[in-house]
Design a binder for this molecule. Structure first.
Ligand code: SAH
Ligand code: SF4
Ligand code: F3S
Length: 500
């Protein structure tokens, strides 16, 4: 096999994919006739929901080409690792798993292995793969997903390896999709990020911000409604800047608030979620729309990162503590019962004890219902990695623990307020620890594990002949649940009724 080579994107590449697809389908059919089996694929996704959505498109393309999903990575003929580079531990995960896959490949030389996603946009990772994991057959970036048929053609038919990481800021519509969940459909409404927060790799891995046309998004979402989805999640790195790159029409600007309202007006969804909001771009109009439509989640994920104005400026976040507190106050005023969650970073370069105390101060004032807390992780080629006042690991650990302790108290107190209430949940399936307990989320995004006092409450198809609950059969259904106990990260409840 030749050395991995750079593939130049030809004009009209997306249309040419159809041709490659036909060839692969034929090749798959021949393989099936020879061996009696269809080739099987497994995709491992390490990143955010945008990455998960990308994996759903990869799976859709593979289904279309005659592959079938493998029950596990071990049983796959084609393995794709869709990587994330947001923090060091994400990078480490890839290399750990490539070590395992190396052994699989030694036993099965015909196993095809692809690595894609955000890490592939950074040359040091590609160099490391070339050096230590040279058995990887296909390397491509987040902007190259639609070219999977072409890459497979190179590998399966021409026995070539592929390196194809492009910087083209494309939007491709109409790709086939294999959705991973039955209860929630992910819909990327925009790609890339223009914000260049000084700690973050995303603008480098995902390119410049670009929005899909509203009519394309709405067409996809109407299709989801027709397919019976109850919950849709609109995705972008900063959904509040959706449409800034689209020209206005006679009907007015095409922005996130109008899009969200248009989705709400379809009228068939019980839950419309969205991620992520940037505090600098949140408008009063958005909060008003959220307060008007009960189908829009009672939840706002609004990353604060730091409570110190000095650090926010060094992070290039472009809002102040006062602005953030103002939005949080308005959100709680306009949308009763709203859950506010956030992302926080400790140990950003130059963070003093006083800066850190400002973060704790904002946490005290807002009383976040949930938070994702991160230790600053220097990312190569980002400005923050080069800043000279890096914080020692010991101080970071100490601040991190104090932050978690405070947040855990707030999360528990927030959940405790709901004990005794009856809330509606959308069921996501069986709980991970007990298949006879269901788990689901409220509109305000709280996770509830639910016991079923009497299986007669359930529709027939959700109970097997031994009287055991089949959690999968209840995915996407709405149930009324009485909250019986609060924990830090979830609550317990008992089912009262279910919509069948
Ligand atoms: N686009 C979203 C967040 C995307 S990344 C936003 O702007 O809010 C998710 C979270 O990872 C970020 O909110 C941030 O808290 C964290 N993060 C990103 N880069 C990081 C880094 N270098 N070190 C530690 N945490 C980081
Ligand atoms: Fe990263 Fe900032 Fe963009 Fe979020 S807004 S993806 S943190 S650069
Ligand atoms: Fe990770 Fe890329 Fe998402 S770096 S967080 S997978 S955009």
């Amino acid at each position: 096999m030749s050395k991995r080579e750079r593939v130049v994107v030809p004009d009209q590449a997306e249309m040419r994919q159809q041709v490659y697809m036909t060839h692969i389908r034929d090749c798959q059919e021949a393989h099936r006739q020879q061996t009696g089996f269809a080739r099987r694929y497994a995709i491992e996704t390490y990143g955010c929901q945008l990455n998960e959505n990308d994996s759903e498109y990869l799976a859709g393309l593979l289904d279309e080409m005659g592959f079938i999903p493998a029950p596990s990575v071990r049983e796959a003929d084609f393995i794709i690792l869709n990587t994330c580079s947001i923090r060091q531990n994400a990078d480490d995960r890839l290399f750990g798993n490539l070590g395992h896959i190396k052994r699989l490949r030694q036993d099965r030389p015909d196993l095809v292995i692809a690595v894609c996603g955000c890490m592939m946009k950074q040359s040091e990772h590609v160099d490391k793969i070339d050096k230590s994991f040279s058995f990887v057959d296909l390397i491509f970036g987040p902007q190259d997903i639609y070219r999977l048929p072409e890459f497979l053609y190179s590998r399966l038919i021409e026995s070539r390896r592929v390196y194809a990481v492009s910087d083209e800021d494309v939007i491709i519509e109409g790709l086939p999709i294999h959705r991973a969940r039955r209860f929630r459909a992910l819909v990327s409404i925009m790609y890339g990020c223009n914000n260049f927060c000084t700690y973050c790799v995303v603008p480098y891995t995902r390119g410049r911000e670009r929005s899909r046309e509203p009519q394309d998004i709405l067409k996809e979402i109407r299709g989801l409604s027709a397919d019976g989805y109850q919950e849709v999640m609109l995705l972008g790195q900063n959904v509040n800047s959706y449409g800034h790159d689209l020209p206005d029409t006679a009907a007015g600007p095409r922005d996130f608030t109008s899009l969200l309202e248009a989705v709400a007006r379809i009228g068939t969804f019980s839950r419309i979620r969205f991620m992520t909001s940037h505090p600098k771009d949140i408008s009063d109009a958005l909060l008003d729309v959220m307060s008007r439509y009960t189908c829009i989640e009672r939840h706002l994920h609004l990353p604060l990162q730091s409570g110190s104005d000095r650090i926010l400026e060094k992070m290039n976040r472009r809002y102040s503590q006062a602005h953030y507190l103002d939005i949080a106050r308005k959100a709680r005023e306009k949308i009763p019962g709203i859950t506010l969650s956030t992302d926080l970073i400790v140990g950003f370069p130059g963070e003093t004890e006083a800066d850190f105390l400002e973060t704790l101060n904002v946490m005290q004032q807002v009383q976040f219902d949930a938070a994702f807390t991160f230790q600053f992780s220097p990312r190569s080629n980002t400005p923050a990695a080069e800043m000279d006042d890096q914080i020692s690991a010991e101080i970071v650990r100490d601040r991190f623990q104090r932050m978690i302790d405070l947040q855990n108290r707030h999360s528990l107190a927030s959940n405790e307020q709901l004990v005794g209430k009856t809330m509606e949940i959308l069921i996501e399936g069986s709980s991970s620890s007990d298949d006879q307990v269901l788990s689901g989320r409220t509109s305000c995004n709280r996770l509830i594990n639910v016991t079923i006092p009497d299986t007669h409450l359930l529709p027939r198809e959700a109970v097997d002949e031994k009287g055991r609950v089949i959690g999968q059969a209840l995915e996407g259904k709405l149930a009324q649940v009485k909250i019986t106990k609060a924990k830090t990260f979830s609550m317990l409840g008992e089912m009262e009724t279910i919509n069948t």
